[in-house]
Design a protein around this ligand. Structure first.
Ligand code: USQ
Length: 420
């Protein structure tokens, strides 16, 4: 799209005035990846709080899930219908242009016209298994994730150097070291000298590696060009909804449950709904930080509304609580039983190479200091999820085969079996 046509697009939306709007607590927020699980929810959450939101997406996520032979449990409408429902509910447009962040000119034109004050970058390939399929998927994950971030950093430097980049990283960047994990940096004494340095990264997949590379690139851009950024080390997100979605099906966000794009709790809930055993991998004592979708929205908004200083690169570890995978499966089993759903917990052979029993103690204080109030009620959230998913049981059953993994970390492709 040419620069003039992007500007015409914003004029047509009658929001051209925002190009010159300075100051105030209402911010112009650009969301890269606005058609995704987090992006669509965040667009609603921010709009409901009065922010001017614009977004871009090239529908990669829809294609990747289809490639996995799966579909979202919640039915996802075409973007035109989603935008119409958005307009009817919120009384304002979500300013959307279809486009790919790996296209530098697209990012340049969009930022030039919209002049974002905050940029939330969610437009990355988010799946560890998908990145481990083969060389092509690994290379695609690197190209997609690294080039998208590089483009955003360069366009920020040239068009909106005062804007704040809120970049979605992952707790998985740190891996599972046998010591406490700080928020990004730690003080170290080595051979009698002290410094504050980035905490070592030990990612567990090619996908997680791309997030580590992004972190290095963003830190460099902040140091050299004076940009400001919050790198969010987010844990595993779960949930079907946030309150802003109400009961309009067109406003629901996607809910994936396949081996690549479904995450642990979401998969357990999908399994419970169709009566399939819940599947901790291997010994099932992997520990991770988890947070509900509504807390993820709260935290991202806190980060946006409390930008860092010029040149500052800061890290937030974003999760609510740490759980052991088997403990979680048992929680899902219990809440499902209260709804009359009987399900077993059965361990599956682990397709991944990871520690299955380990120490895990990451800090997560920065967001709490800024006002984050964790939901703390996982069982209520699980009940909401299971009730929502029961409406779409047929859609999960139709793709039940996608729940059993066959993507292995050694590069082979063979379905895993139950081990007990
Ligand atoms: N797991 C099971 N059974 C399952 C699915 C997963 O035991 O049916 C285990 C995995 O082996 C792993 C843990 O659960 O030990 C988490 O797996 P996951 O698929 O929920 O999450 P992961 O691959 O780590 O990636 C997800 C998101 C990613 C995000 C990351 C945050 O897909 O985008 O960055 O969570 S974190 O895990 O903290 O790195």
């Amino acid at each position: 799209m040419s620069p003039q046509s992007v500007i015409d697009f914003f004029k047509e939306l009658k929001c051209y005035h925002i190009l010159n709007n300075k100051g105030g607590s209402i911010m112009r927020v650009f969301i890269a990846g606005v058609d995704g699980y987090l992006g669509w929810s965040l667009a609603m959450y921010l709009t409901a709080r009065g922010h001017d939101v614009a977004g871009a997406d090239c529908y990669h996520r829809r294609d990747w899930v289809a490639e996995m032979g799966s579909q979202s449990a919640t039915p996802i409408k075409r973007m035109t219908e989603r935008l119409q429902a958005f307009r009817e509910t919120f009384g304002t447009n979500l300013q959307f242009i279809r486009g790919d962040i790996t296209d530098y000119n697209f990012v340049w034109n969009f930022f030039r016209a919209f002049q974002p004050e905050a940029i939330v970058h969610l437009a990355e390939m988010p799946s560890a298994p998908y990145s481990m399929i083969d060389v092509h998927h690994s290379a695609f994950t690197h190209t997609n994730n690294l080039i998208g971030t590089i483009n955003i950093l360069h366009v920020m430097r040239d068009i909106c150097p005062d804007a704040h980049l809120v970049k979605l990283g992952t707790m998985g960047e740190y891996g599972t070291p046998n010591i406490d994990i700080p928020e990004g940096f730690f003080e170290i004494e080595y051979r009698g000298r002290k410094d504050t340095l980035p905490f070592p990264k030990q990612a567990g997949s090619w996908y997680h590696q791309t997030k580590v590379h992004d972190t290095n690139n963003i830190m460099f851009a902040c140091r050299v060009w004076g940009l400001r950024s919050t790198d969010i080390m987010q844990g595993v997100v779960f949930g079907t909804r946030i309150d802003e979605m109400g009961y309009d099906e067109s406003l629901l966000t996607r809910f994936d449950f396949d081996q690549s794009f479904g995450t642990a709790i979401n998969r357990f809930c999908a399994q419970a709904v169709i009566g399939m055993p819940l599947t901790p991998f291997g010994k099932g004592h992997q520990r991770r930080g988890f947070l509900p979708l509504r807390d993820s929205m709260q935290c991202l908004t806190i980060a946006i509304e409390n930008p860092p200083e010029e040149k500052q690169y800061r890290v937030f570890n974003q999760f609510e609580e740490i759980y052991d995978l088997t403990e979680l499966a048992v929680k899902v089993q219990k809440v499902a039983a209260n709804l009359g759903l009987t399900v077993e917990v059965r361990n599956l052979e682990n397709p991944r190479l990871e520690l299955e029993e380990h120490y895990y103690n990451p800090d997560h204080q920065h967001l709490i200091d800024l006002g984050y109030k964790p939901t703390h009620d996982i069982e209520t959230e699980l009940k909401i999820m299971l009730k929502d998913l029961l409406k779409y049981k047929h859609r999960i059953e139709a793709r039940a085969h996608a729940l059993i993994p066959d993507i292995r970390w050694d590069g082979s492709r063979k379905k895993v079996g139950f081990i007990k």
